[in-house]
Design a protein around this ligand. Structure first.
Ligand code: 13P
Ligand code: SF4
Length: 345
């Protein structure tokens, strides 16, 4: 990666009365006309609360869509900062709260806006497509925002129009999309510190011990891991694979927070974490995003109690960042209509 990123060490959780905190959050959500929007990688306690209170647990694309469509005046986003910023960019009239603003993402940190802007200036002939895991300032420089759930379709669409693409920040996802689509893509050199740790060689050995297992891989993983996948896709696509494939056992190369939803949809299937530590190495994030792990019941309750921390974005940046995100949502909606033939979808 061309920008160094410091990985935070998770603090030991303090003892809490979980039942009382959950009740407090339920009450405060209702009192503040707020809805909880959580990512699949957050703690199971937060995911279940979002489900129970009429909120949403999903991938980053659906989080954006849900927050945009929901009538609540306050969105509480449990995830990482770019998810809260995306919610604010789409909904300037709503309050967007997060349990902590410290929860960032190595892809976001690895793509500072000024350097990225200079990169774009150096390649004015290219359509700029940025992954959702970026700051508002980086999105403001883009023509399109993409998530892992839509990246292949979007790049195919742009390539079919003869467009050359500048892709940022995840080089593994970019490389995968380039390989699948044959598009002309220039890649920024960023990576997810969680997915980058999955190991190809050790995965081969694990597969040999479980020949009946299907391998599910998030495309932020290295090519040697993706090459062994039965299914490559967004968090939603991987959950869908566990639900629908007949195999009794799955090796999963993504954050283990996703196991909560996978166990809900397929309680009888066995889930195995893909290996993150090589023979002579130990893992740093060990298949769990240190920034997603900063979201807890305690700081969620405190956020609702105090009405903050809140996401603020200056209006000029927000308005510029709105365009490529809106393009993404419109593209996703049009695709859904084509796939399902439903004009209301
Ligand atoms: P999804 O869009 O697939 O949920 O991915 C978001 C993310 O941060 C993966 O590491
Ligand atoms: Fe970012 Fe990786 Fe964490 Fe996803 S898992 S939020 S890409 S650091």
């Amino acid at each position: 990666m061309n920008v160094s990123v410091t990985v935070p060490v998770a603090a030991a959780p303090a003892a809490v009365d979980e039942g009382a905190l959950r009740e407090r959050v339920r009450t405060l959500l209702a009192a503040r006309d707020a809805v909880l929007v959580a990512h699949y990688y957050t703690d199971a306690a937060l995911q279940s609360l979002a489900e129970e209170t009429g909120g949403c647990v999903s991938d980053s694309l659906e989080m954006a869509r849900f927050g945009h469509d929901h009538p609540a005046t306050t969105l509480v986003v449990a995830g990482v900062r770019f998810m809260g910023e995306t919610a604010k960019i789409l909904n300037p009239e709503k309050r967007v709260l997060m349990p902590t603003l410290e929860a960032t993402c190595s892809l976001d940190l690895g793509c500072p806006a000024e350097r990225f802007s200079a990169f774009c200036d150096a390649h004015p002939d290219r359509t700029v497509v940025v992954y959702a895991n970026t700051s508002a300032a980086v999105k403001a420089r883009a023509h399109w925002v993409a998530t892992s759930g839509i990246a292949l379709d979007l790049v195919r669409h742009l390539a079919a129009r003869g467009e050359k693409i500048l892709w940022a920040p995840d080089r593994y996802l970019g490389d995968y999309v380039r390989h699948q689509t044959g598009a002309d893509m220039l890649l920024w050199d960023g990576a997810c510190i969680v997915h980058e740790e999955f190991k190809g060689l050790e995965l081969e050995e694990l597969r040999a011990r479980h020949p009946e297992a299907r391998v599910l891989v998030h495309p932020e993983s290295p090519a040697a891991v993706i090459a062994q996948a039965d299914v490559v896709g967004s968090t939603t696509a991987l959950i869908e694979a566990v639900r629908t494939l007949a195999a009794p056992r799955f090796i999963v190369a993504t954050d283990r927070g996703i196991f909560y939803r996978m166990r809900q949809v397929a309680p009888d299937k066995e889930l195995i974490e893909a290996p993150t530590a090589g023979r002579s190495a130990t893992c740093t994030s060990c298949a769990h995003c240190p920034w997603m792990a900063m979201n807890s019941l305690q700081n969620l309750a405190a956020t609702l109690e105090h009405g903050g921390p809140e996401i603020h974005i200056d209006e000029a940046t927000r308005a510029r960042a709105f365009e490529p995100i809106k393009r993404l949502l419109d593209f996703a909606a049009a695709r859904r209509r084509i796939v399902y033939g439903n004009n209301d979808a």
